[in-house]
Ligand binder design. Structure first.
Ligand code: NAP
Length: 287
């Protein structure tokens, strides 16, 4: 294993999708990479690739929901390699369901991983980045859904809107310490996310008044995942690599043609026109 002790990266949620590709890409580009995942049994493929290519990649168990586990894992990394240059907060999942049908527990669980998971790992890493020469870079995987609301996805999109606010705010307070914050906003990326997404318990039956809309939104998201024009996680990983190796990166990076088009439209159109466009696109039958 060719461990490059100069640059150390941690990626959360590396068992699949964007996290998997980002961990491999960072390791291929010389970062001593900790590919963290909550279920180590899912590490077989990444470990095989790392072994085959002699990559500086190690798997470590991190469940971003678990205070003690996060602290112990970061302590172990610091004990081993003394520094952390890049943290990619990627772990997350989707939650479908109209607000009326989501329990408070379901919404809290969504925030626990997608928002507080980021807070937890970032808080554990910040003292190390702040006290080391060269600072560090925090990369938060948001979404186009962190800028644009969508029906039946209010819990998920709220976590991403919150993540955007957190990231932009801390980008200011961490700058004096040489710590950079980058927000990645992917559009539709072909990963396992539709399979790992959960549906609100009350939303699953035909009796739900929102049933046709929930079906329609899930169907739309599934079709976008299967669309040959949707991006691959490799594209996201490339953008992350570009962002972390840039001397002076911008705060936000969108990934995928769909993502740039939506964000540009939001900037350029009137709010009313934009809201109508989103409704037309996502719930045409409700118009
Ligand atoms: N795919 C898209 O279209 C898209 C678009 C915009 C943003 N994103 C964001 O990109 C990120 C990665 O998603 P993906 O598309 O790559 O989906 P994915 O293939 O389902 O990967 C999600 C990863 O997060 C992990 N994870 C979930 N809860 C966790 C926890 N408590 N602790 C540690 N790891 C946990 C999963 O682990 P397990 O394997 O153990 O479940 C998995 O490794 C997410 O934050 C998602 O919101 C995705």
């Amino acid at each position: 294993m060719k461990l490059n002790e100069k640059r150390v990266a941690i990626v959360t949620g590396s068992s699949s999708g964007i996290g998997f590709q980002t961990a491999i890409t960072l390791a291929r580009n010389g970062y001593s990479t900790y590919a963290s995942m909550r279920n180590i049994e899912k590490s077989k493929i990444i470990t095989e690739i790392a072994k085959k290519e002699s990559l500086p990649l190690q798997v470590i168990m991190i469940d971003v929901n678990d205070d003690v586990n996060v602290k112990n894992a970061i302590d172990k990394i610091v004990k081993d390699v003394k520094r952390i240059d890049v943290l990619v907060n990627n772990a997350g999942y989707g939650q479908f369901g109209a607000l009326e049908e989501l329990s408070i527990e379901e919404i809290k669980a969504q925030f626990e991983t997608n928002f507080f998971g980021v807070v937890r790992v970032t808080q554990a890493v910040l003292p190390i980045m702040r006290n080391q020469k060269g600072g560090g870079t925090i990369v938060n995987i948001s979404s186009v859904g962190g800028q644009v609301g969508a029906p039946i996805l209010s819990a998920y999109n709220s976590t991403k809107f919150a993540l955007e606010g957190l990231s932009e705010s801390i980008s200011h307070e961490l700058r004096p310490f040489g710590i950079r914050v980058i927000i990645i906003e992917p559009g539709f990326i072909k990963t396992n996310i539709m399979n790992s997404s959960v549906l609100a318990k009350k939303a699953s039956g035909h009796k739900s008044p929102y049933y046709p809309y929930t079906q329609s939104i899930q169907g739309y998201f599934r079709s976008m995942m299967d669309n040959p024009e949707s991006s691959n996680p490799e594209e996201v990983a490339k953008v992350i690599l570009h962002a972390v190796t840039s001397e002076n990166p911008q705060l936000r990076f969108t990934v995928g043609n769909d993502a740039s088009a939506i964000i540009q439209a939001k900037r350029k159109m009137s709010e009313l026109d934009f809201i109508n466009l989103i409704r037309q696109q996502l719930l045409p039958e409700s118009q």
